[in-house]
Ligand binder design. Structure first.
Ligand code: CDP
Length: 806
């Protein structure tokens, strides 16, 4: 070795593989305005579509008159349910096994429901056209309060389901009932409650909210009549699934549908489902023979596509007087709006809500969920969440705090007492999951030491004394949250979407010069896949990450994958990438053995190539193996260096974390100040620590928004009163607290690189930390539970109710 020979450290660093804070390669184009989003797609002769929407939350549609609209210069067509019926597309199937109107068919069921689609030469003409469409409505009584939806005299919402006593998920108890889902052992749980020293019961609501990606949902559909081919550019988190669904419902052969998700400006679950805009744009393109673009505006996005949460969780915990939990009983009233369009794997009507036992060793538990219809927008998407995990984590983390309060115990102490212990993994939960790995005590203790938990409690006690003496009007809250996520849907034994198993895929093709392309079935919406997927490959096969181009989102080129949501990319696609790389490595080893004239077994891997065991100077770099793959492979071997992997994970992954929020609330104004927020995440092997930190910052900001104000609220007549950013809380850098991040590493034992997902964790753990801080503050004044969101007004109202004003 001379001075110019790179050291092992230099060789490793040159790869920018796993563990490296590699800068995001996609940001080169994003930060220069060179991204390519759906709205950048401009095809020759392209038309624009826009919706006439219902002002009424529940009304019969007596007539739709398009005459005047068609006279508006530029307006070419007005599509209604009657038009769609001619192609059998007036209704579409939902991911949850229900059906949904594409355009109002006889009645409307929520405010801003799509009633007609106006197609024009430009967006302005389409907008003028929608103002000229005359719709005659006959208002009907509304159901807004989910607790009244199953009253015997509640109005019938879904007349199309009249007489149907069974839905996609079993029996229906009422005309506005969708399903009942039960898990766990009811008898054993009831017995645990009968024997318990202490029990708590609280109705904990997780309000209706909505993801707010920078870019709303949109598409451009272009039907080529000559070839019979439909090309769809769209903001799709799962492009292959969209292709299959379009083929099934539009009866176009799947090979003639080309779905392209270009750059996507944030998804957060909003862009998983199929929306009327996609169907209408496709039909309009088929009818007019021209490409048709549909772009949702912000009000449409907030009020009509994909709400999240709206779970009302009656939570009961049984425990001994020493604070050992002995049983959990939860009933959820799930408000699904007008159609059951929840984006969950098919068999899971309430997603993975049965992770509600959280990080605690509950010997028994029972869960029941009733899904119901109301006059609200459909959706039920996993907003930065893995299928209702966020609701479950909030439920159990509030429940544990309420129990701690009743027992007079410290909430952190109660958690430490009840955690699943490290030696219990793989752990079988009372509600049916097998947690892969965890070390909760270490994470919790690290968090407590880093923030000086004991010191914070001391400070709180002093502040409370000062409050009693009238020296301050601030109350201090300390919110502890410890969450366990379940991400990586999923094993085909558990999870499918419309019958398609939830595997994922990767194809890697290496070129002669030691560069290559990886095509993956996932689809980044800003998570940095182009950066991190190349890092996995770099470590696995010793080609620098900079030499690997990552491509996603084109159904013609990417192998079939189930897309990106629910933090499934790393657990599933990430595993497929590692497995495809390992297939390449296996072939590379045969080529290297041939070139080095040794047996394959005599070779060992060394950072960026193979070397002969015991003879380190005899080696072949991967770059040179790539060249050899195209000119001198062993006799009988096919040339080239390429592999595909379809990965069906054996289990989900279970990331976890310990969060703490310290907050002061001024009781006279309700104004809160987040003094400190610390988040420790364990997502197993870390691919890119900088990207993880970015994911955590983003997720915490969304958690802050949701817990402290963000809400889709309806008045009692069914009007959405938070339909724009004027009313819907969207924190900017000004309001957003400072985040302290930390980590532990507990690899997943079944994942090829030991990685678990992380994207959603901060939202899952963040919301209960904020809410527990607020509730801890008000707990001092005698309150048990205050519902989210905790905006200034609600804080002030809570203080007033608790009698802090003379
Ligand atoms: O499915 P989604 O991409 O939203 O979530 P994810 O699998 O949690 O990944 C989000 C981003 O964090 C990706 O760029 C991952 O590669 C990265 N990540 C990481 O660097 N290490 C992990 N253990 C998990 C995710």
């Amino acid at each position: 070795m001379n001075d110019l020979t790179p050291t092992r450290e230099q060789r490793t660093a040159a790869l920018e593989g796993m563990g490296c804070k590699r800068k995001r390669v996609e940001d080169i184009r994003f930060t220069q305005g060179k991204g390519n989003y759906v709205d950048d797609v401009k095809l020759p002769g392209m038309l624009h579509g826009d919706f006439v929407r219902s002002p009424h939350p529940h009304a019969r549609v007596k007539s739709i008159n398009s005459e005047e609209a068609l006279k508006v210069p530029g307006v070419l067509a007005v599509i209604t349910a009657e038009t769609l019926k001619t192609v059998n597309l007036a209704w579409m199937p939902t991911l949850a096994g229900d059906v949904q109107m594409v355009l109002a068919d006889g009645k409307v069921l929520f405010q801003n429901q799509e009633v007609a689609f106006v197609v024009a030469t430009d967006r302005y003409a389409a907008d003028d056209g929608i103002n000229k469409v005359v719709v005659e409505y006959e208002p009907l009584p509304v159901v807004i309060d989910p607790f009244k939806a199953m009253d015997p005299d509640a109005p019938v919402l879904r007349e199309d389901l009249a007489g149907k006593t069974t839905g996609a998920h079993g029996p229906r108890k009422h005309h506005n009932h969708i399903f009942e889902w039960t898990v766990g052992d009811k008898d054993l749980t009831d017995a645990a409650f009968r024997k318990a020293d202490v029990t708590i019961k609280e109705m904990i609501s997780y309000h209706r909210t909505h993801p707010s990606p920078l870019e709303t949902c949109q598409c451009v559909c272009s039907f080529d009549k000559i070839r019979g081919e439909l090309t769809i550019y769209g903001t799709f988190q799962a492009p292959h699934v969209i292709r299959t669904v379009v083929s099934l419902i539009a009866k176009i052969p799947e090979q003639k549908i080309h779905v392209i998700s270009p750059d996507i400006g944030g998804g957060f679950g909003n862009k998983v489902g199929a929306y009327p805009g996609y169907i209408c744009a496709a039909v309009a393109s088929i009818v007019t023979g021209k490409p048709v673009k549909w772009v949702e505006d912000r009000i449409e996005n907030l009020t009509a596509t994909s709400f999240a949460r709206d779970y009302h969780m009656t939570t009961e915990i049984a425990a001994t007087k020493e604070g050992k939990v002995t049983g959990l009983r939860v009933h959820v009233l799930a408000d699904h709006g007008a159609f059951d369009a929840c984006a969950d794997p098919s068999k899971w009507p309430a997603g993975f809500f049965n992770i509600v036992t959280g990080s605690y060793d509950f010997p028994v538990a029972h869960l029941s969920v009733d899904g119901i219809y109301t006059n609200k927008a459909p959706g039920g998407v996993a907003y930065r969440c893995s299928f209702r995990v966020t609701e479950a984590a909030y439920c159990i983390e509030r429940g544990m705090d309420i129990l701690a309060q009743k027992l007079g115990m410290d909430p952190a102490e109660l958690r430490l007492k009840n955690f699943i212990r490290q030696e219990q993994f793989p752990y079988h939960s009372a509600l049916g999951w097998e947690y892969d790995s965890g070390d909760y005590h270490t994470a919790m203790k690290k968090m407590m030491e880093t923030v000086d938990y004991a010191g914070l409690r001391k400070q709180q006690a002093e502040k409370r004394e000062a409050f009693k003496r009238g020296e301050t009007r601030d109350i201090m809250g300390i919110g502890v949250s410890f969450f366990t996520e379940i991400v990586g849907a999923g094993p085909s034994k558990n999870c499918d979407i419309l019958g398609i198993a939830m595997f994922d895929s990767c194809e890697i093709r290496l070129h002669p010069t030691g560069a290559g392309i990886a095509r993956v079935g996932s689809k980044s919406q800003g998570q940095g896949h182009e950066t991190t997927w190349a890092q996995i490959i770099a470590t696995e096969i010793g080609i620098p990450a900079d030499n690997i181009m990552v491509e996603e989102g084109n159904t013609d080129t990417a192998p079939y994958g189930l897309g990106t949501y629910g933090s499934r990319s790393t657990p599933v696609a990430g595993a497929a990438i590692a497995m495809a790389a390992r297939k390449i490595k296996a072939k590379a080893q045969m080529i290297a053995a041939y070139k080095l004239e040794v047996h394959e077994d005599d070779l060992e891997w060394d950072i960026d190539g193979f070397r002969v065991k015991g003879l380190p100077e005899k080696s072949m770099a991967m770059k040179d193996i790539c060249w050899a793959a195209y000119n001198s492979v062993p006799p009988g071997m096919e040339p080239g260096l390429e592999a595909v992997s379809y990965y069906d994970p054996p289990n989900m992954t279970y990331p976890f974390g310990a969060y703490i929020c310290v907050m002061d609330i001024d009781v006279d104004t309700g104004v809160y100040k987040v003094k400190r927020f610390y988040a420790l995440d364990d997502c197993g092997t870390r691919i890119n620590p900088m990207i993880i930190e970015g994911q955590v910052h983003g997720g915490l900001t969304e958690a802050f928004a949701i817990a402290m104000g963000q809400e889709i609220r309806y008045d009692e007549t069914g009007n959405v009163v938070t339909g724009s950013f004027m009313d819907f809380f969207m924190p900017t850098a000004v309001e957003t607290p400072h985040w302290e991040t930390d980590f532990t590493v507990t690899p997943s034992p079944h994942h090829p690189i030991g990685a678990k997902g992380v994207g959603e964790s901060p939202n899952v753990g963040g919301v209960p930390a904020f809410s527990n801080a607020v509730n801890d503050a008000f707990g001092f004044l005698g309150s048990t539970h205050i519902q989210m969101p905790h905006d200034f007004w609600r804080n002030w109202t809570a203080a007033k109710k608790l009698g802090v004003f003379a």
